[in-house]
Design a protein. Structure first.
Length: 111
């Protein structure tokens, strides 16, 4: 499957791999990865369009009346296989979490 695996996409895949069966909210993913919504949500939409993530709207609970429902994301079985393979390939190629963080903060190549 062809998918652009930018450092940001790899960060998102790694965030999902922490607890691969759990539903995740965009806001929580933004906080854990440090990605802004303008970067995060297009990547989530591409992953969902390629059937790597399933999406669902959070059901309203009586104690949360008045709060808008939130969009939730989690891996499909194909998405989990894809993420494990992609992250493993990226980290075995020397592009681990520390390197990804440096790329995102602009530290690599600016010296």
């Amino acid at each position: 499957m062809k998918l652009k695996l930018s450092p940001q996409t790899l960060l998102i895949l790694e965030a999902f791999l922490d607890h691969p069966a759990d539903w995740k909210y965009g806001y929580d993913l933004s906080r854990s990865t440090g990605l802004k919504s303008g970067t995060l949500y297009p990547i989530l939409m591409r992953l969902a369009d390629r059937k790597l993530l399933e999406t669902e709207w959070e059901a309203s609970e009586p104690d949360k009346l008045g709060k808008p429902p939130r969009h939730m994301y989690r891996f499909t079985p194909d998405g989990l296989r894809f993420a494990r393979t992609s992250v493993s390939a990226a980290t075995s190629g020397g592009l681990g979490q520390v390197a990804l963080g440096r790329i995102l903060s602009g530290l690599i190549g600016s010296g």
